[in-house]
Design a binder for this molecule. Structure first.
Ligand code: M6R
Length: 366
């Protein structure tokens, strides 16, 4: 049932190209280069009225939401707040008119996310769910559902669910942009065709995973690690850090690179391992100066950048290059090496990769 893979997690990592294709299937009008969601109650007319969006989820799904916020704001120009469900449900969020609440959940059964959905509905907000499980509680109670169609995810550590949720957000962001008429047709078509290239690009990264395996071997004795990034790279760092903690039990922290000076730099010493994501052209110089800061304190840095970056290797100890894509879409590619780092580190340490200690696949209690 693991199709010859040693663990479900590795199988699911490798299933990502197919999962991403399945999330896109039936949702793209090729002739018109448009996103279509024929069954949504959220019609282009109702999109026009939207003034505010909440995104609510837990864990990895929350991390997808942090990206979703940036994608929707950039493409559709609608202000978005993103919240952890266990916080949202008790913080008495203000629901204005024309607010949409998006809940994200692989299982569709997470107790806090379901409670947040009910809280939103009680306050008169329309609710759209992005979920992988058709017929789940969250899918049944939401007004609208975008299913990710990634297939069953067995490993506790979420991988293909995350990247397919990202695809869900890109499609939704484009759909909202169409309704709002914010970004011109040509720019939207560019994002859309780059989106359709992602599955092949993920495949290409997976075909060259050997270097990542060696890297994992080199960090397995560490007791702390930092992930740095800005913007979308920071959001991906959060997911990479969670994945590493969850299955390797090595403590790590994701940090917005610009915040380093405000405390965290004190933790960087000779030999501290840092993974620095740097895929965003407009933030590149800033990242290089943050990398220089940690290097000056002795950090050993792995840089993750796009394949057309000819410079980063001069500032870091090692680089991992990912295929070039539209800047908004880099998370789908940059997270793959981070998933593999977590996986191979856990394997190198002899841990139970698919069933990490203290955790359950679906958290149906508070
Ligand atoms: O089923 P859900 O997407 O609602 O689950 C949310 C989190 O419990 C889940 O993503 C968790 O963080 C993963 N184990 C992380 O890999």
């Amino acid at each position: 049932e693991k199709d010859g893979y040693a663990h479900y997690m590795l199988k699911e990592i490798h299933e990502q190209p197919r999962a991403l294709r399945n999330t896109m299937t039936g949702r793209i009008d090729e002739a018109q280069k448009k996103v279509i969601f024929p069954t949504l109650q959220l019609t282009p007319e109702s999109v026009q009225k939207l003034e505010k969006i909440y995104i609510v989820a837990c864990g990895t799904a929350y991390h997808a939401g942090v990206i979703g916020k940036q994608v929707i704001e950039r493409l559709a120009h609608i202000p978005v707040e993103v919240d952890v469900a266990s916080e949202f449900r008790y913080r008495q969020p203000l629901f204005q008119k024309n607010t949409l609440t998006i809940v994200v959940s692989q299982s569709g059964e997470t107790a806090d996310t379901l409670a947040a959905l009910r809280e939103a509905k009680r306050n008169g907000s329309a609710v759209l769910a992005i979920t992988n499980v058709v017929g789940s509680s969250i899918a049944r109670e939401a007004d609208d559902v975008i299913t990710t169609n990634a297939g069953p995810e067995i490993a506790v550590a979420s991988t293909k669910a995350y990247t397919s949720q990202l695809i869900g957000f890109y499609l939704l962001g484009l759909y909202l942009a169409q309704g709002k008429e914010t970004v011109d047709q040509q720019a939207r078509a560019e994002v859309l065709s780059a989106l359709q290239e992602l599955p092949d690009q993920v495949e290409a990264i997976l075909a060259h995973a050997d270097g990542i395996r060696q890297y994992a071997e080199s960090i397995k004795e560490e007791n702390q690690l930092f992930f740095l990034g800005r913007g979308l790279d920071y959001a991906v760092s959060m997911e990479g850090s969670l994945k590493l903690k969850e299955i390797s039990y090595i403590h790590s922290e994701a940090y917005a690179a610009g915040e380093l000076k405000h405390g965290t730099l004190a933790l960087i010493e000779e030999g501290t391992r840092v993974i620095a994501l740097s895929t965003q052209a407009d933030l590149y110089e800033k990242m290089v100066s943050n990398i220089t800061e940690v290097k000056a304190r002795g950090a050993v840095v792995l840089g993750i950048a796009l394949a057309n970056n000819m410079e980063l290797h001069r500032s870091v100890d090692e680089v991992c290059l990912i295929p070039v894509t539209n800047e908004l879409l880099t998370p789908v590619l940059s997270v793959i090496p981070l998933q593999l780092i977590a996986y191979y580190t856990s394997v190198a340490l002899g841990h139970d990769v698919d069933r990490p200690r203290n955790l359950a696949k679906s958290v149906t209690v508070e």
